[in-house]
Design a binder for this molecule. Structure first.
Ligand code: NCD
Ligand code: ZN
Ligand code: ZN
Length: 387
């Protein structure tokens, strides 16, 4: 559904299933206004925000107040994800229904905990009954341990504690088996694997799909474009969970996008302050924030491999399919929800221009094409490029 307009290409506004907007509690990193303005500047009309805030999004009143506040901003639309456990502390939440009623669109353990198998199974059972998706940060915490980068030749050479690919594969395998067990009992629960980063974990998801299990996964552009070689700089800007992997993993994930075994793209926009990211690699928090660059980065680097229709699908219709939402369209008569993209003009990445509070980026100074020039959400201009 790509229409070529005057000097621009129009598409439905993008949908982000994975962003950390840090409100409430960590608004020095980001807040609803800066985060949703950044999303609109990136061409996004809808953002699912993660619940690892302070306090954690585990309370219906908090979910409601975030949605109301975001609605008043007139930027990208906010759809919060709620925590699986109270305070993300491992105690199963009985009230998932109330969180759904308040407007939560998914449940996730992203950001803080690695939920134990019993808690995750309970959540999957409840989510199935509610028709909702459980998204998981798939890393086995004991295998991940204190790893600050991918475990492999580069981590060994640098003498840095590694986070093995097996941490991801082990957790994905465990979670798939829980879904398989529930499915065999007639309770197919929807599992979505967030920020999948390794070839092995993608093989496990592929196999689960072949078995007919309701398992989906997302891949992040940073895991396609950056590798563990970047850690040679010892710059914590490249510290992210799961870590940047090998070139072979990155190539394999791109293959998954091409053959459909990866369901959609998501950025895992995870802003931190510059001061935090300038700390020692061992101490600094994990996360890369670049929701404003997602489309230009993907189009410039991988447009020739994916093609425009496939790339747009991965950022519009595909996330809607994962969530079971209506397919976005540009049908005449519907409230405008669209992005206009300039596919050709090359511009240098200048993080000083970011709407996000995280005004630094691994892609600083690089030349990218495919910049959004206009984002319309619910018939209102949410972003218009100046100049
Ligand atoms: C995320 C954050 O900063 O909240 N960090 C990250 O490295 N991805 C948490 C997460 O997505 O697990
Ligand atoms: Zn995560
Ligand atoms: Zn995340």
């Amino acid at each position: 559904d790509v229409l070529d307009g005057r000097g621009g290409t129009v598409a439905p506004a993008f949908t982000e299933l994975h962003a950390h907007l840090r409100e409430p509690g960590q608004t020095e990193k980001e807040d609803l206004h800066s985060g949703l303005a950044a999303a609109a500047a990136g061409g996004y009309g809808t953002v699912v925000c993660m619940p690892n805030t302070r306090p954690v999004l585990d309370d219906p009143a908090l979910i409601r107040s975030l949605i109301e506040k975001a609605g008043r901003l007139g930027l990208a639309r906010l759809k919060p994800a709620a925590a699986i456990t109270r305070g993300q502390k491992g105690e199963a939440l009985a009230e998932l229904q109330y969180l759904k009623d308040a407007g939560a669109v998914m449940f996730t353990d992203d950001g803080l905990t690695n939920e134990n198998a019993r808690v995750l199974r309970l959540a999957l059972e409840t989510a199935h009954a509610l028709g909702m998706v459980i998204s998981v940060h798939a890393e086995d915490a004991t295998l991940r341990a204190d790893g600050v980068m991918n475990e492999g030749p580069v981590s060994e050479e640098l003498g840095l504690p590694g986070n093995p690919a097996a941490a991801e594969a082990a957790r994905v395998a465990r979670d798939i088996e829980i879904v398989a067990g529930l499915t065999a009992q007639g309770r197919p629960a929807r599992l979505h694997v967030q920020h999948l980063s390794t070839a092995r974990a993608l093989d496990l998801v592929r196999d689960a799909k072949k078995r007919g299990l309701p398992v989906t996964c997302e891949v992040c552009p940073h895991h396609l474009d950056l590798t563990d070689e970047k850690l040679r700089t010892f710059d914590a800007m490249y510290k992210v969970a799961p870590p940047l992997r090998t070139q072979a993993d990155a190539e394999y994930l791109l293959g998954g996008l091409l053959d459909g075994s990866v369901d959609c793209l998501a950025t895992d926009h995870a802003p931190h302050t510059k001061a935090e990211k300038e700390r020692d690699l061992l101490e600094a928090p994990s996360g890369i924030a670049y929701i404003e660059l997602a489309f230009p980065l993907m189009w410039t680097r991988f447009g020739h491999r994916l093609g425009l229709d496939k790339l747009l699908d991965l950022m519009t219709a595909a996330p809607a399919r994962v969530m079971g939402w209506p397919q976005p369209s540009l049908d005449a008569g519907a409230p405008a929800d669209l992005v206009v993209l300039d596919l050709d003009t090359e511009r240098e990445v200048n993080p000083a221009e970011f709407k996000s509070k995280a005004k630094f980026t691994p892609w600083q100074g690089q030349t990218l094409r495919g910049w959004p020039t206009l984002t319309v959400v619910d018939g209102r201009v949410a972003y218009q490029r100046e100049g």
